[in-house]
Design a protein around this ligand. Structure first.
Ligand code: NAP
Length: 471
């Protein structure tokens, strides 16, 4: 009896906490409490499920839970740069779990209680199976591409008629599924069920093959949405209201995130899924050699200390170098000298949404100094120095005027409009889109070559008068 009260109440509390968690994620000031609310919601949801007699009375379920916890601990400790692939792995596990529970329920009811296989329930079962299993293989492929696993090609693999083949597979899976929905309790339906699973698994792999490693973060957001919708459908199958609401929240937030990312890159959904972006990388990277001006850390220190207004534009390179703490030291040194320092944040700088916000927050840089792209752009011509720290595509002026560029139309931070630009990067190698950046060849631009952490450390030392390492 008490179970009938405690468990639904715990599920209600978890649902409310999930909703608040998503709401609080909207603002850096409340993001921390959003994480706590999300963790608490998950703990309440999982805890309420564990105390059910049908769970605690089965040792093998308890062992499964222990294995999951043990696997989760190392996964929670991956570096921030590996978070996209870790997230993809979580979606893979989520999709597989939803799919497997669905399979178990189908065969259980088919053999013991066929009356349970109503058209509504079987429709939910087929839907969650297709979504769950395609999310499983799709997310594994996505994680493999991002982790640069050797036997998974990073470049988009395309062939003639690819979209037709993929669509045909999906249509076949849905068609067999519809047949099962119409005849769920027949012997043939039980034999056809694995075919739906196999087609969904294959579709997941083929869906990801034409997508370059570059577009994976967006695809991961889409797969997140599929995993959520699969869990939502499973909620209808097993009559679990928490799964329905949490799955729907997951499904819709994943979709909203993917739309935001597409908008910030000026790409359409279809372009991400079928555009084979990143294919031209090798050719584009081999552009002709043009002259650039370089600067030493001492030059950069002099420029920065003589400026009134400085804007720092962080990008993926800051994440790779883990240079956020050096950035904070630089911020402290300059603000102490009365220089006005702002951070310009591009919505898709780095490799995941909010990547720069997270890194700068980790280094305790005040939120008030972070300015969104649209708000900082009108002020760029008044900036004395624009310091680009490992950012490339998000400051590439080609996005504004070069119709042939793969990033044409993507909104950028107008770094080129500042009075002087200093770009810190290790080489002239291109960024994510694989294209040259004319900003580096601008007369106003100085290149400070080297690892961002090292260069910034030397700049900070030079400002403090300790002298920098000579490169
Ligand atoms: P980017 O265009 O990928 O450029 C990063 C630059 O950092 C590279 O040119 C690299 O040059 C430099 N770098 C790498 N390691 C470094 C180190 N240790 N020290 C110093 N520099 C280093 O990065 P971005 O400007 O941030 O642009 C993000 C790109 O990712 C955009 O094209 C965006 O569309 C895409 N994207 C983002 C998301 C997202 O959610 N954020 C999702 C999907 C796609 P060197 O090798 O010469 O050092």
């Amino acid at each position: 009896m008490i179970m009938n009260v405690i468990v639904p109440f715990a599920y209600l509390v978890a649902t409310v906490l999930f909703i608040f968690s998503l709401r609080w994620m909207n603002d850096p000031k409340t993001a921390r409490q959003a994480v706590y609310a999300g963790v608490l919601a998950m703990a309440v949801a999982v805890g309420a499920t564990w105390i059910k007699p049908e769970v605690v009375h089965h040792l093998w379920i308890v062992l499964g839970i222990a294995a999951g916890v043990l696997l989760g601990i190392p996964l929670s400790r991956v570096p921030l740069t590996a978070v996209p692939q870790r997230t993809a792995l979580s979606h893979a596990f989520g999709g597989a779990a939803a799919g497997l529970v669905g399979v178990a329920y189908y065969y259980l009811w088919w053999s013991t209680d066929p009356g349970q296989l109503t058209p509504f329930r079987t429709t939910a079962l087929i839907t969650e199976n297709i979504l769950g299993f395609l999310t499983f293989t799709g997310s594994l492929m996505a994680a493999g591409k991002l982790q640069e696993v050797k036997w998974i090609p990073q470049r988009p693999v395309t062939y003639k008629g690819q979209n037709i083949v993929n669509m045909a597979l999906l249509v076949a899976a849905v068609a067999v599924g519809v047949w099962i929905i119409l005849n769920p309790t027949t012997a043939l339906a039980a034999r056809l069920f694995p075919i739906v699973i196999a087609l969904a698994l294959l579709f997941g792999i083929l869906l990801i093959i034409p997508i370059g490693g570059a577009d994976m973060p967006t695809v991961i957001a889409i797969l997140n949405s599929y995993a959520g919708l699969s869990a939502c459908a499973l909620g209808f199958v097993v009559d679990n209201k928490l799964l329905v609401t949490a799955g729907a929240l997951d499904g819709s937030s994943g979709l909203i995130l993917a739309v935001i990312m597409c908008k910030a890159m000026n790409r359409s959904f279809t372009n991400v899924l079928f555009g084979a972006f990143g294919q031209v990388k090798a050719a584009a990277a081999a552009g002709e050699q043009k002259a650039v001006k370089s600067a030493t850390p001492q030059d950069v220190a002099d420029l920065l200390t003589n400026a009134d207004r400085v804007v720092i534009i962080p990008g993926y390179g800051m994440a790779v170098a883990q240079a956020q703490h050096r950035v904070h030291e630089l911020y402290d040194q300059l603000t102490k000298r009365g220089v006005d320092v702002k951070f310009a944040i591009h919505p898709v700088a780095g490799r995941m949404p909010g990547h720069m916000n997270v890194l700068l927050a980790e280094a305790d840089i005040p939120y008030e100094s972070l300015v969104e792209m649209d708000d900082i752009n009108p002020d760029m011509p008044q900036m004395d120095v624009c310091l680009v720290v490992g950012a490339n595509d998000v400051v590439n002026p080609a996005a504004r005027h070069d119709k042939g560029s793969p990033i044409f139309g993507m909104p950028i931070i107008d770094a080129d409009k500042a009075r002087t630009i200093v770009a810190i990067k290790r080489s002239m190698n291109p960024g994510f889109a694989g294209i040259d950046n004319e900003l580096y060849y601008d007369d106003k631009t100085l290149m400070a070559f080297g690892d961002a952490k090292q260069v910034l450390g030397d700049v900070v030392k030079a400002i403090a008068g300790e002298g920098a390492t000579v490169h």
